[in-house]
Design a protein around this ligand. Structure first.
Ligand code: FES
Ligand code: FE2
Length: 365
């Protein structure tokens, strides 16, 4: 005997629309990696909007509101066909523009039988979704280009997390790599005092924050040793770029006396991290990461070790950040934060988010 799927109560969509204004809109956010969406619909919430992602028969990615207009079952509970996604309750079929294409057993499809669609783009193995201020508005810019997934010098691996913490706590963490010496001693850490005392420059270009740190004469940490035949000390660099919807972090090391660590053409061991951080709600977010690394000819297995240890490293961050958020809730907003020197980059990024939110509130839609 077959059982009936009972749809759960849907959230109040008017309230969610208001909440999405807590985030900068008219932006391309990361919806996932290309490999995340194959032959089944994928339901995710971005900026308080429930969305279903799927591929049509020609392989194109589509994104719709995750709600059947008949009786509100999430479309992500349905199935994908060549022309679109079919609801798993009474079989209505929706195309990639959100219009209902077919109602089983009924010839006429009412004009209002449609759901909201989102602009999506797939490039560089990343799926980007445009979160507009006004429903249906066309994107006003192209999604960011990320060339390193297709750079023949590198091989990459990916991972993702659903975080019980707001997105900006992850920005804070990634813009302040001084924590490596305390949180990541088993992988990419190293001497904590060297990290805390590393010279750091912070600059802002438009809505991008760049943090550069250098640590010459470092003891190679475990991941570096596993990946590259450093014989003694190494000269480490860390270059972090904050963009509103993602961060790009280029770290690595050269043998002392070889290349300068501030030379973009330097050799040595490279780790290029992509960090797509997309709010789910005010207190939860998606974190989509990739790590690209170069292969040493004598250590061809190095990349697998780097990716495995990267995943372990990011698990450690998650432990810290979710505990941090839980404690913030326990102590409440009245418990103030005291800034120290390592916060310079993170605070600049927070100012950019605040500026965009304040512009958004002042400008008419
Ligand atoms: S709820 Fe989707 S077809 Fe009825
Ligand atoms: Fe970390």
């Amino acid at each position: 005997m077959s059982s009936t799927v009972i749809p759960q109560a849907q959230p109040n969509t008017a309230a969610l629309a208001t909440n999405s204004k807590h985030f900068p809109l008219d932006q391309w956010y990361v919806a996932g990696f290309s490999t995340d969406v194959q032959d089944a619909p994928v339901g995710r919430t971005f900026l308080n909007h429930k969305v279903v992602l799927f591929r049509t028969g020609d392989g194109q990615i589509a994104a719709l509101e995750d709600r059947c207009c008949h009786r509100a079952l999430p479309l992500s509970c349905g199935t994908v066909e060549g022309r679109g996604v079919r609801c798993g309750y009474h079989g209505m079929l929706y195309g990639s523009n959100g219009e209902c294409l077919e109602i089983p057993g009924q010839d006429r499809v009412p004009a209002k039988a449609k759901v909201k669609s989102y602009h999506v783009r797939e490039q560089d193995r990343i799926i980007w979704i445009w979160m507009p201020r006004t429903d249906g508005a066309e994107p006003t810019m192209q999604p960011p280009h990320y060339p390193h997934h297709d750079d023949p010098r590198y091989k990459f691996g990916t991972g993702s997390y659903h975080y019980q913490a707001p997105w900006q706590l992850i920005h804070d963490n990634l813009l302040d790599l001084s924590h490596l010496g305390y949180v990541h001693l088993k992988t990419i850490g190293g001497n904590a005092r060297l990290h805390m005392n590393a010279p750091m420059s912070v600059s802002v270009e438009g809505d991008m924050v760049k943090v550069v740190r250098s640590m010459p004469g470092s003891t190679p940490p475990p991941t570096y040793k596993a990946a590259w035949p450093f014989t003694d000390l190494c000269d480490r660099w860390q270059e972090i770029e904050f963009h509103l919807t993602h961060l790009r972090i280029w770290t690595g090391a050269v043998e002392p006396g070889t290349d300068a660590i501030d030379d973009p053409l330097r050799g040595g061991f490279h780790m290029r991290g992509f960090h797509g951080i997309t709010p789910e709600t005010e207190n939860t977010c998606h974190y989509f990461w990739s790590m690209s690394s170069n292969k040493h000819p004598e250590m061809p297995e190095n990349i697998e070790a780097v990716i495995e240890q990267t995943a372990f490293t990011f698990d450690e961050d998650r432990g810290v950040i979710e505990q941090q958020h839980a404690n913030m809730k326990a102590f409440g907003e009245a418990a103030e934060w005291v800034d120290i020197h390592v916060d310079a980059g993170a605070n600049r990024a927070r100012r950019i988010v605040n500026k965009l939110l304040s512009q958004q509130q002042q400008e008419p839609t």
